[in-house]
Design a protein around this ligand. Structure first.
Ligand code: GDP
Length: 304
């Protein structure tokens, strides 16, 4: 919770401090307070659709109760935001949900620069610390730097990395990774993929090919298709989410760089709009700065 509080500091300042100001001198939640609140939510990257939904729910409660004290507004807002966020099944990495899959295969997708490699490294570290055998697959064979970076993370964390030469077939790397994970009885295989988005059809084809090849080795794999998004890009992250969910069956999200941004509200908008659980959040650059998302803690941090 402490690391999370610190990570969300900027969002809190930019968002919830404003809310406190919006009700100064007001005793009840009236039209003007709601207008101010709407503006604050929109400018904090919650997104227009989700903001209107929240405002509408508060309006309903105000209408029902006739009189809502402004001091109650935080509590109401907190409840409504929490209701919009999808719950995560695991509380910590020790109780991480594998659904009895071994290896549990995570395919990681996302645009370059969002923090994909860092997230893979941090995740490998957390899962290893929790007692799992982890292997990484460097299937972003398009950039030499990507393969090198994954290898560096592998050394740093102390986990095996499967890589081929640059330009080789990403599906072949994915196949090798999953197959050797089975042979080595590893618990989790995390596969990096290329983050080019210039052509949706090409992206879709490549991801489908990687998926299909893994399925041949482990039925049901990949169990997790994790889309990494940079929270500090606000509405861009929402756009990327749209693109990737159209290209492949994303079923988990990682939101990075929450520490450096006031745009943490994007977590709420994305969760509501796409109905895909935010599973991990990045709250700093160091190896330990990855957390399993917990909506209660997240909301607690925002309203502290
Ligand atoms: P990739 O191109 O998507 O693989 O991106 P990288 O993993 O190389 O990350 C790009 C930059 O973002 C690096 O400088 C990382 O240290 C930084 N980064 C990644 N995650 C976080 C985070 O949660 N917080 C902060 N502050 N920086 C991060």
């Amino acid at each position: 919770q402490e690391a999370l509080d610190k990570g969300l500091e900027k969002t809190k300042e930019g968002f919830f401090t404003k809310i406190t100001k919006a009700v100064v001198g007001k005793s009840t939640v009236d039209e003007e307070v709601l207008d101010n609140l709407e503006e604050i939510l929109v400018t904090s990257d919650v997104g227009v659709t989700t903001t209107l939904k929240i405002i509408e729910r508060i309006e309903d409660r105000v209408a029902k109760d006739k009189y809502v004290n402004t001091s109650e507004l935080n509590g109401i807002l907190r409840e409504e935001i929490q209701a919009l966020l999808a719950e995560n099944n695991s509380d910590d990495f020790e109780t991480f949900e594998y659904g009895n899959h071994k290896p549990y295969v995570i395919m990681v997708v996302g645009v370059n620069g969002v923090g994909k490699t860092t997230t893979i490294g941090k995740l490998a570290h957390k899962l290893k610390e929790a007692g799992n055998k982890v292997v990484l697959g460097a299937a972003d064979t398009f950039r030499a730097a990507a393969v090198e970076q994954i290898k560096l993370w592998g050394e740093r964390v102390g986990v095996r990395v499967v890589a081929q030469s640059m330009g080789s077939d990403p599906a072949s790397v994915a196949f090798d990774t999953v197959q050797s994970a089975v042979a080595n009885q590893e618990d989790v295989a995390i596969i990096d993929t290329a983050g080019r988005l210039h052509n949706k059809l090409a992206l879709m084809n490549e991801l489908t090919k990687i998926k299909n090849v893994m399925k041949k080795v482990v039925p049901g794999a990949p169990h997790e298709i994790l889309l990494v998004l940079d929270a500090s890009t606000g509405q861009n992250a929402i756009e990327q989410c749209k693109q990737f969910t159209q290209a492949t069956d994303v079923n988990a999200l990682a939101l990075t760089k929450l520490d450096g941004t006031a745009k943490g509200g994007v977590v709420i908008g994305i969760s509501d709009q796409f109905k895909i659980p935010v599973k991990y959040i990045g709250v700093g650059e160091s190896i330990n700065d990855l957390q399993l998302f917990n909506k209660k803690e997240f909301v607690n941090s925002l309203f502290k």
